[in-house]
Design a protein around this ligand. Structure first.
Ligand code: NAD
Ligand code: ZN
Length: 238
C-alpha cells in the first residue's frame, strides 16, 4: 500500500463551501471582528459577555451547516485506510464538527471544539450546544461565571501536541488542506514533515503562505480537489 500512514491537516478552507467563513480571506471573520477582542484570554477577561456572544453566534451558524464533499471524501479515506491496515490521521484547526458529520472516525481538534464548553476554573469539559452566558454555573465544580467555549485562543497552547507530533513523525505522507499557513504551530507541520523526510502536498484554493515548503500542490476548491485526490489514492492502493 502506498502511503500507509497519512497525516492530514485541515483549516478553514475545507469548511468554506459548507458556508462557514474563513478567517483571513476578504469578508472572513477577522475582517469583521478584532481578533484580540474575541479570540484572546485578555479579550475574554475584559468583556466575557461580548466574547461569549461572539461564540454563541458562531455556534449557531455551525449548527445550520452540512459537511461538503471534501469532508465526506476524507471520512471515506480514513475508513478505507483503516480497513486495509493503514491509518489516516485527520488533524483539524477547525472548531466545527463537519469532519465527524462527514463520516470521519476520529479527528484531532487541535484548536478545540465549539460545541463543547469548558470551565475556566476547574477545566471541566462538557458537550454544549446552547448559548453560553457569564452567569452560568459549572456542572463539575459548581462555580459560576467561568464557562467558556472549548476553543483555543491566541496566546493559549493548542491541544494534543504530543499525539500530533507522534502521528506526524510516523507518517509517510503529509497533506495540508484549506489552510493559509499563517498560524503556528500548525503552519510548521510541513517543515517538521520535510525534516523527517516525509513527502508533502497542499490542497488549497490558492498558494498558501508557505506554499514553497510543499513538494506537490493542487489548487482549486476543496469540494472538487479533495474527492479527486482521494479517488486517485484509493485507485492506486488497489
Ligand atoms: P484561514 O482563513 O487563515 O485560511 C483559509 C485558507 O483556505 C486560505 O488559504 C484560502 O485560500 C483557503 N480556502 C478558502 N476557500 C477554500 C476552498 N473552497 N477550498 C480550498 N481552500 C479554500 O484559515 P486557517 O488556515 O484555518 O487559519 C488558521 C487557524 O487559526 C484557524 O483554523 C483557526 O483555528 C485559527 N484562528 C482561530 C481563531 C479563534 O477563534 N480562536 C481566530 C483566528 C484564527
Ligand atoms: Zn468548574
Amino acid at each position: 500500500m502506498i502511503a500507509k500512514r497519512i497525516f492530514i491537516l485541515t483549516g478553514a478552507g475545507v469548511s468554506a463551501e459548507s458556508g462557514l467563513s474563513t478567517f483571513r480571506d476578504t469578508g472572513g471573520i477577522w475582517s469583521r471582528y478584532k481578533l484580540e477582542e474575541v479570540a484572546s484570554i485578555q479579550g475574554y477577561e475584559n468583556n466575557p459577555a461580548f466574547v461569549l456572544e461572539f461564540y454563541n453566534m458562531r455556534r449557531n451558524t455551525h449548527a445550520g451547516v452540512e459537511p461538503n464533499e471534501a469532508h465526506i471524501a476524507l471520512g471515506q479515506l480514513q475508513t478505507i485506510w483503516a480497513e486495509r491496515g493503514g491509518a489516516v490521521t485527520i488533524c483539524t484547526q477547525n472548531v466545527d464538527n463537519l469532519h465527524e458529520r462527514g463520516g470521519a472516525l476520529s479527528v484531532i481538534h487541535m484548536h478545540g471544539e465549539i460545541a463543547k464548553a469548558r470551565c475556566h476554573d476547574c477545566g471541566g469539559l462538557a458537550p454544549y450546544d446552547g448559548d453560553l452566558s457569564p452567569n452560568m454555573g459549572c456542572g463539575a465544580c459548581g462555580r459560576t461565571g467561568g464557562m467558556r467555549p472549548h476553543v483555543v485562543w491566541f496566546g493559549e497552547t493548542p491541544l494534543y501536541m504530543d499525539e500530533i507530533y507522534e502521528a506526524l513523525s510516523s507518517a509517510d505522507l503529509f497533506v495540508s488542506i484549506g489552510t493559509s499557513g499563517n498560524v503556528y504551530p500548525a503552519a510548521g507541520f510541513v517543515s517538521a514533515a520535510r525534516a523527517a523526510g516525509i513527502p508533502t502536498m497542499e490542497i488549497n484554493l490558492e498558494p498558501s503562505g508557505n506554499a514553497e515548503a510543499f513538494d506537490l500542490a493542487r489548487y482549486g476548491k476543496a469540494s472538487e480537489q479533495v474527492p479527486a485526490w482521494v479517488a486517485e489514492m484509493v485507485a492506486i492502493a488497489g
